[in-house]
Ligand binder design. Structure first.
Ligand SMILES: Nc1ncnc2c1ncn2[C@@H]1O[C@H](COP(=O)(O)OP(=O)(O)OP(=O)(O)O)[C@@H](O)[C@H]1O
Ligand SMILES: [Mg+2]
Length: 391
């Protein structure tokens, strides 16, 4: 069928034509924003889930909801070398400069920018601060104590107060949060804790791998109270069907019943896989109906595509020792989670001897520990990939 009209959208953070199965999260965000606009307390949101389930798509949707409610939205994607002070200062500067152009909050925004200038002086190394110039007098004493927790709290408070004066609110979405180390994550949490106590319209929505709640808990014990955790998973069978059926229907095409069953089964309802398999099946089919035979051919193509991109990208930078570890894990009997002791055993080693390798894989975001001493893959169907490509 006509590739130009293909409705499927495999890709990182690409908005699907139909966002299925996420009504609860969308409604919760909408309610939270409207409550905060009335000065009520609401917890920030942390989305957790495996690779390719639609976390980034949801964060983008949250941004849209915020803007529909007259709020401002900024997005940050963390990597393992993110300097959190600089990153937050960059977002804050952008928000404040925008608000300084409004009549209502121009003066308040300028004072906040002065505080931000002092913050930058203390927390962002000179060589790094070049993109953060602020042409206003510094305002000492608000966010320049040198203690990052306290000073982030100071900046968030300035932001929240300015937004309240400007009769708006601020939503910051932060993606890939698992890459922040405990210290930085802790500082962020404590900073947020301060604004959340005083009912200012500033909300953070974060997303990350399933290791996130554990990290947050370690970072600060009251993270539990500060965040509403929401698990983003694969779609259930009827939602998975809807994605395939309604996407195809939007371009005047339908699935043969067998073809649909087969794709739902093969993708296990994982959004990324639904999009990739759906795309290939569409391209293969002559139409107007997509048949079981089309799905057979498409599946081979989809797997090739995933192997070369979605899966391959995850292991590109791994070391030989890390690949050995992944291979050993994938060849253990049974299903994940596996015991880290058993993985070590399969490698002919003792747990402490391969601890650094395991930690490296967790840091890279390939594995997570659902419980102490246990390990799972963060990428759905990763074991099959390892069997296809690494053994
Ligand atoms: N609710 C949904 N219904 C249908 N398709 C979806 C849904 N959510 C996401 N997708 C599709 O799934 C794919 C992955 O989405 P996204 O990049 O947001 O996942 P992610 O969880 O952020 O993954 P990663 O952890 O790798 O960053 C995209 O192609 C997107 O179009
Ligand atoms: Mg993402």
């Amino acid at each position: 069928m006509d590739r130009i009209r293909n409705p499927f959208t495999p890709g990182a953070g690409v908005r699907p034509p139909l966002l299925v199965g996420r009504d609860t999260q969308l409604l919760d965000m909408s309610v939270a924003i409207q409550r905060m606009a009335r000065g009520r307390f609401e917890r920030s949101t942390l989305l957790t889930g495996l690779r390719g389930v639609g976390k980034t798509v949801l964060l983008n949707e949250f941004g849209r909801i915020a803007e529909q409610n007259g709020w401002r939205h900024e997005h940050l994607e963390v990597s393992d070398d993110t300097d959190i002070a600089k990153a937050i200062a960059t977002l804050a500067r952008r928000s404040l400069l925008e608000m300084s152009r409004t009549k209502r909050a121009a003066e308040r925004a300028k004072r906040a920018l002065g505080a931000l200038r002092s913050f930058v002086k203390v927390h962002v190394p000179m060589s790094d601060g070049t993109t953060l110039t602020i042409d206003l007098d510094p305002r000492p004493g608000v966010a320049d104590s040198g203690d990052l927790d306290v000073d982030l709290g100071g900046i968030f408070t300035e932001l929240g107060e300015t937004a309240a004066d400007a009769n708006t609110g601020l939503l910051y979405t932060i993606d890939e949060l698992q890459y922040l180390d405990n210290h930085k994550f802790g500082a962020l949490i404590v900073g947020l804790h301060r604004v959340s106590q005083i009912g200012l319209p500033l909300l953070v929505a974060g997303a990350g791998l399933p290791s996130l709640p554990g990290l947050a808990g370690e970072a600060r014990s009251y993270a539990e109270r500060l965040f509403a955790y929401s698990n983003v998973g694969s779609l259930d069978e009827s939602d998975a069907r809807r994605v395939l059926e309604e996407s195809a229907a939007s371009e005047g095409t339908r699935w043969h019943a067998d073809a649909l069953d087969e794709l739902v089964a093969r993708t296990e309802g994982y959004p990324y896989f639904l999009q990739e398999f759906g795309k290939q099946a569409w391209n293969v089919a002559d139409g107007p109906e997509i048949t079981r035979a089309d799905v057979e051919i498409a599946s081979t193509l989809a797997i090739e595509e995933l192997d070369a991109g979605f899966f391959r990208a995850r292991i590109d930078k791994t070391t030989n020792a890390e690949r050995d570890y992944l291979r050993a894990m994938a060849t253990l009997p049974g299903n994940p989670p596996y015991r880290s002791g058993d993985v070590a055993g399969a490698l002919g080693k003792r747990t402490p001897q391969v601890g650094a390798v395991r930690d490296g894989l967790i840091k890279r975001g390939l594995l997570y520990a659902p419980r102490h001493g246990q390990l799972s893959f963060t990428v759905p169907m990763f074991e099959q990939f390892i069997h296809r490509s690494l053994t």
